[in-house]
Design a protein around this ligand. Structure first.
Ligand code: GLV
Length: 322
């Protein structure tokens, strides 16, 4: 009998043709709705491998049911949606998709930064709504990006890629991270500083830190109040690093100037969410790595991880190494 693989979201059928020949593959057939929990539970019970998305909660309940499960291949670099402790107890390998998405996610992060500071979305809406009556000197004037100070919170690979982009804009670079990155300091002139110092000095604060117990709710009202009133906050990591009510209050009170958000505590965010009503907020539906090339590479990496584990080999990008 061929090993059974369950994929929790619709992937292009032709793209997984070879995979389908080798294994008994079933997919959740919808692109726009996540797999319901009861189906995930039933599939986890039978599957040898799961190919999951960030929107799937692979918790203790799912993992405890798994009788044959050898691997959960998450099609994302982040894996906060998976209970690593429960996976370890069951001896299930967890893999992610790092590296292949680094530059694509950095591009989007920088696009958000540029969109907020130069009011690109507001300006595009303005012209489409027929509001452009005349040219005027300060019409939709935003803030410069070049030669400003960028503060990166979470200097992993994506943080480094954002720093490289920023150096092309001749920005000054500050960063805060669990560990120092001497190469980045040397090559790009990035300066390591405390979180407090970064908040005080940066014109743009970009969060790219993974969601952990330490980073959950890291951005509170007090934190926003320490930033410059002209500061722009960008979050491209996970929604739960931010207290969203605090961010809303800080924006409304003018304690910071704007925000660019690709991630939210609840995804999809409700269309009526107060943050979405603010003109100085640019919000995107968690599309950091969403280019066709990169999503294809992520899919292929997840598949390669499954093949490796089912062939009794070491997966390429194992997360739970111990
Ligand atoms: C997306 O958020 C990812 O972790 O890849």
């Amino acid at each position: 009998m061929k090993p059974y693989i369950y994929i929790t979201r619709k992937l292009p059928f032709e793209a997984i043709a070879a995979f389908r020949e080798k294994y008994d593959v079933k997919m959740w057939e919808h692109d726009d709705i996540p797999v319901p929990k009861e189906i995930l539970l039933a599939e986890a019970k039978k599957a040898d491998a799961l190919l999951t998305m960030v929107s799937d909660k692979v918790d203790e309940q799912v993992l405890n049911l798994a009788a044959n499960l050898k691997i959960v291949a998450n099609m994302a670099v982040g894996y906060d949606n998976i209970d690593l402790t429960a996976a370890a107890k069951k001896g299930v390998a967890i893999t992610n998709t790092p590296d292949v998405l680094t530059d694509t996610t950095a591009d989007l992060t920088f696009a958000l930064l540029m969109a907020v500071s130069r009011r690109v979305v507001e300006a595009a809406d303005f012209i489409k709504n027929g509001q452009w009556k005349s040219w005027s000197p300060f019409l939709l004037a935003g803030q410069d990006i070049h030669h400003k100070t960028l503060g990166i919170v979470g200097m992993g690979k994506i943080g480094e890629a954002v720093a490289r982009r920023a150096s092309g804009f001749e920005m000054n670079l500050l960063y805060h991270n669990r560990t120092r990155k001497p190469e980045i300091e040397q090559i790009l002139g990035a300066v390591y500083c405390s979180f407090e110092d970064l908040l005080k000095k940066a014109d743009f604060i970009v969060c790219l830190a993974p969601l952990t117990d330490e980073t959950r709710n890291m951005f509170t009202r007090k934190v926003f109040q320490k930033m410059k009133r002209s500061a722009i906050f960008i979050n491209a990591s996970r929604g739960h690093v931010v207290d969203e009510q605090a961010l809303y209050d800080a924006l409304v009170a003018g304690e910071i100037a704007g925000a660019g958000l690709d991630v939210f505590q609840k995804e999809p965010i409700d269309a009526g969410h107060p943050l979405l009503g603010l003109s100085n907020v640019v919000a995107l539906p968690h599309i950091g790595s969403a280019s066709v090339e990169t999503r294809t590479a992520m899919m292929n990496l997840a598949i390669a991880n499954i093949e490796a584990v089912l062939d009794g080999k070491e997966p390429l990008t194992l997360v739970n190494k111990d």
